[in-house]
Design a protein around this ligand. Structure first.
Ligand SMILES: [Zn+2]
Ligand SMILES: [Zn+2]
Length: 202
């Protein structure tokens, strides 16, 4: 499977990195269970480079998942209390018949996402350390602020991401220039403090 990859550049110097160096599929090993780790592109001051930065689960993100679930539940309630659409003679199924299973499967998926997230938050509740650089393990790193890049328009101008290149002063930009790369689907294991577990890497 190949995916579009972002190209990061600096407005003042020749710095250029492919966003694929931030790709990865890490997981926390908590006893026997594997909990998915989130990461995002950012800057590690220890590596002095663009890196994947660990994203710890947050109360805000959990609230967002709860809201999604509540929204689906209320849509299902509305569907069940509204009068059924009149069936036409050529229709085997009313629109409601097909919409309900779809909404139900979305609801089940949202429930699973929320409970996985709650399990993750609980596992990391005693975490003492800050998010780490997933390359060197340093805590002296930070995620880029949120930015949006058009993945479909490869001729779109680069987006300034609101982060200045340390030691340079130029601003980093991101663009999808049409490069695609295959994603490596092997996972890397970490302990609950975000320390890499080399013996589990496969
Ligand atoms: Zn620069
Ligand atoms: Zn680092």
């Amino acid at each position: 499977m190949s995916l579009p990859v972002l190209t990061y550049r600096c407005t003042s110097c020749s710095f250029m990195r492919l966003g694929s160096i931030t790709w990865g599929r890490g997981y926390y090993l908590a006893g026997e269970s594997r909990l998915p780790m989130s990461s995002a592109a950012g800057w590690c001051h220890s590596c002095d480079d663009l890196r994947a930065i660990e994203v710890l689960p947050s109360a805000d993100a959990e609230v967002k998942l709860q809201d999604e679930l509540a929204d689906l539940q209320s849509r299902l309630r509305v569907m069940d209390t509204s009068p059924p659409p009149r069936k036409r003679w050529w229709q085997f199924k009313t629109p409601k018949d097909s919409a309900r299973p779809f909404l139900e499967s979305q609801l089940e998926a949202a429930k699973a996402r929320l409970s996985d997230y709650q399990r993750l938050r609980q596992a990391l509740a005693a975490r003492n350390t800050h998010p780490r650089c997933l390359n060197c393990g340093a805590e002296d790193c930070l995620r880029f602020p949120p930015y949006e890049v058009d993945y479909f328009d490869t001729a779109a101008p680069p987006v300034r991401i609101g982060f200045s290149h340390p030691g340079c002063g130029g601003e980093l930009t991101a663009a999808c220039e049409g490069t695609r790369l295959a994603m490596n689907l092997t996972g890397q294991a970490y302990d609950l403090e975000g320390e890499r577990l080399p013996e589990y890497s496969a």
